[in-house]
Design a protein around this ligand. Structure first.
Ligand code: GLY
Ligand code: GLY
Length: 329
């Protein structure tokens, strides 16, 4: 009887739409937004990105399906992206005007608003691990430069030579730094875990040819990363200065919380209306406390993917995208 009523209600509602609060866990990832036309028009490179996004989601799925904490899933996914030279984070990071590598990362947990970040680090193999150590082992939120590198070394985190982050491609850029070559591949991950906690993390090499210790939005809590169990978890990618000015990640959570907008409405408004598309080029990924997902971008594309599991279902739903269209990997 109840089943029939529910079925009727569902049919009346016009679709077999499944309420997101029936989601056991959700994971959303991004590998940067920007002009992806070169990748999109190259089937081999596209396949590499699809495969990487698929792997990232599977890594998160392993942890979340076993009841693991969102922070562990976010860390594992971002470690994977940082170790993958396709993305502008960790190995594969873009270089500064001096031909060196300075990395930024942050992580935040929505259950207690605890957060950690590092900026301008040069010798930590996986900056997201240092961000997590700042969150869990210090009374601080953001450590920068050589102090952050020293802290990470003291924590026993793996250290590398600065040139470890180089790839044949970045070495080419360093050779001829005049060449205007941008790399849009900041990485991020947001999660709703089985315990109902939201977590967000972001990691980047920043912007090509950055100078004077420039720091973008990625390690800035409220700009590039934010998580609050009362609203959403958010990770951004794009031209960091604009994401800082518009406090994009917090702004989204505030619209959701105070204006009662859906995560999609809030995300779309910020990316498509509030940010100046020509200047504030980029996108974001977000998941709200009920498992609804948003992943808007105002660039031609964004490397992205999501995975969720409905309660009572055995299979997960998984999709990845580069340009406008999402596919089942
Ligand atoms: N500017 C690098 C990125 O966020 O993708
Ligand atoms: N969104 C990354 C940066 O601007 O550094």
């Amino acid at each position: 009887m109840l089943k029939n009523l529910l079925l009727t209600a569902t049919l009346l509602a016009g679709s077999l739409f499944v309420q997101a609060q029936d989601r056991e866990y959700v994971i959303v990832v991004h590998g940067g937004a920007g002009d992806i036309s070169k990748v999109e028009n190259d089937p081999v490179r596209s396949a590499l990105y699809y495969a990487a996004l698929d792997s990232a989601l599977s890594i998160g799925d392993c942890i979340l399906s076993a009841g693991g904490e969102g922070s562990q899933a976010v860390m594992a996914v971002i470690n994977y992206f940082e170790n993958n030279p396709l993305f502008n984070a960790g190995k594969g990071a873009t270089c500064t005007a001096e031909g060196t590598f300075e990395l930024d990362a942050s992580i935040m947990e929505g259950k207690d608003l605890s957060a950690g970040a590092v900026a301008g680090v040069k010798t930590i193999k996986n900056p997201i691990n240092a961000a997590y150590a700042v969150k869990t082992k210090t009374p601080h939120v953001l450590l920068s430069g050589s102090g952050a590198d020293t802290f990470a070394a003291e924590q026993g985190l793996e250290q590398v030579d600065n040139l470890y982050f180089a790839t044949p491609k970045t070495l080419e850029w360093i050779e001829k730094l005049k060449q205007e070559s941008k790399k849009n591949g900041t990485v991020g991950c947001v999660v709703l875990d089985k315990q109902g906690n939201l977590t967000a993390g972001t990691s980047t090499g920043g912007m090509f040819k950055k100078k004077w210790g420039r720091i973008g939005d990625s390690p800035v809590i409220g700009a590039g990363t934010y998580a609050d169990n009362n609203s959403c978890a958010v990770s951004c990618t794009g031209h960091g200065e604009y994401f800082i000015r518009h406090a994009v990640a917090f702004n989204l959570c505030a619209r959701y919380k105070y204006l009662k907008e859906s995560v999609e409405q809030a995300a779309d408004y910020i990316i498509h209306t509030e940010l100046n598309t020509n200047a504030g080029n980029g996108g974001l990924i977000a998941v709200d406390k009920e498992g609804h997902i948003a992943m808007p971008f105002n660039s031609t594309g964004m490397f992205r993917g999501y995975l969720y599991k409905e309660k009572g279902q055995t299979d997960v739903v998984k999709k990845v995208g580069i340009g406008k269209v999402m596919i089942v990997p």
